[in-house]
Design a protein around this ligand. Structure first.
Ligand code: ATP
Ligand code: MG
Length: 407
């Protein structure tokens, strides 16, 4: 059989990559590209990060990179990973390894010089493809090439065992399934994921959240998320999952395509949850989501059901993204185009009336000024942001009302 060769691709010509590879040249057949870079290049997809495997020990990697004038960062030195930073790019260089002990969360590793051994501790067959940078020869120890061709996602070895070693692989399974799994679904693997789902509670919340947001951020995560729901994958860490989460997510993703209007990750996430700020807050706290995401949940939920008239008010109170998301999530079909149009080419205005003007109109200095400004702002927003002349009228009215109340 003629060996398969890695097609040429732009990332292979990045400045600095050659010098990294030259620094790591050795007698063990390395360095080699591995993982996503090989997989995605074989599929003709763009590659954003390049992982490199080497038989050299981590300290040797650091010494050689530094001797070549390349910055070496010991990002995960205890499990053998050194990052080479060169010409604005990072390359993750990991020493060949063998897992000597696993507990479902992390592995204790021993370094190795055997490529097949290194391949066997990787998660899926399509993620265990290596390529020689010089010849382009692809090394495939677990039939990853034919799986890739058939769009088949397969655990290396026994799915139950591989999941028990590291429960994060359950979520990785559904992520890679959404990305590559157009082929037949492997019922045994799904079953192993379902059986191991309880183990997800052993993982840190941050790792769960990271994988989940990666899944939700994919172009079309719907089928994969639906499988996750059907197999109880969310149960251990997301009791706030809405009953109709799959339908809501599907509806949102279809809408995005229909209106060529992508939404934020925050919106994708919200589509899964039972409606309400209390539930969203609980999720944000449990999964330690960013404050931005947590506040983003609240902004969109507060927006309620937008009507064409208040969509700019949502943008004003939060931001344009929140308003757009609220439309995509909660507006009824016929209102979507008009709502989106009202947001397009519109800059969020500022109220032109200032406190000083209110005092000139007769308001006493003090807290009443700020309160009155707020009242004016509320009317101005409710009237859909009229111009300065109308703002002045609103101000005169508001000042009058306050002064008559003060009498
Ligand atoms: P991406 O395009 O998402 O970066 P990738 O395949 O490069 O895809 P990474 O998370 O960058 O994924 O990991 C690089 C490689 O390391 C994987 O291809 C896989 O071989 C291995 N790997 C990563 N995480 C695990 C894990 N939890 N269990 C086993 N192998 C893993
Ligand atoms: Mg990668």
């Amino acid at each position: 059989m003629t060996p398969v060769r890695l097609p040429d691709a732009e990332w292979q010509h990045a400045d600095g990559l050659k010098s990294v590879l030259a620094a790591l040249d050795d007698v063990y057949g390395g360095p080699r590209y591995v993982g996503g870079a090989v997989r995605d290049t074989l599929l003709g997809l763009p590659v954003s990060d390049v992982d490199i495997a080497t038989a050299l020990l981590p300290n040797e990697v650091i010494n050689r990179l530094e001797a070549a004038g390349i910055k070496a960062i010991p990002t995960g030195i205890e499990h053998g990973t050194v990052t080479a930073a060169v010409a604005g790019k990072n390359y993750e260089i990991t020493t060949l390894r063998r897992d000597v002990a696993t507990d479902g969360r992390r592995a204790t590793v021993a370094f190795a010089t055997d490529w097949q051994e290194d391949a066997s501790r990787r998660d899926f067959t399509i993620n265990a493809l290596y390529a020689d940078p010089k010849s382009g020869e692809v090394f495939d120890y677990f039939e990853g090439l034919s799986d890739l061709e058939a769009r088949r996602l397969r655990f290396i070895g026994d799915a139950n065992q591989r999941i028990a070693e590291d429960f994060l692989r359950i979520l990785r399974y559904f992520r890679f399934l959404a990305r590559y799994g157009g082929g037949q679904i492997d019922g045994d693997a799904i079953q192993a994921c379902a059986a191991g789902a309880h183990g997800l509670t052993a993982l840190s919340r941050e790792r769960i959240a990271q994988e989940l947001t990666r899944i939700l951020g994919l172009k079309d995560p719907v089928a994969s998320v639906e499988l996750m729901i059907d197999n109880g994958i969310f149960t251990p860490f997301l009791p706030e999952l809405a009953r109709d989460a799959a339908d809501k997510l599907r509806h949102l993703v279809e809408r995005e395509a229909q209106f060529a209007q992508p939404v934020s990750l925050t919106a994708r996430f919200l589509a899964l949850l039972t409606r309400g700020i209390v539930a969203a807050d609980k999720v944000a706290a449990r999964l330690k989501l960013s404050n931005k995401m947590r506040e983003g949940f609240a902004q969109r939920l507060r927006a309620g059901v937008p009507i064409p008239f208040n969509v700019r008010a949502i943008a004003y109170r939060a931001d344009i993204d929140a308003a757009r998301d609220a439309v995509m999530l909660y507006a009824v079909d016929v209102q979507v185009p008009e709502c989106l149009a009202r947001l397009e080419q519109w800059d969020i205005p500022t109220l032109s009336i200032k406190g000083g003007e209110l005092i000139v109109m007769g308001l006493p200095a003090g807290p009443v000024v700020a309160k009155t400004l707020q009242a004016i702002e509320t009317s101005w927003v409710a009237e859909d942001f009229p111009d300065a002349a109308r703002q002045r009228e609103l101000a005169v009215q508001a000042v009058k009302a306050v002064l008559s109340g003060l009498d």
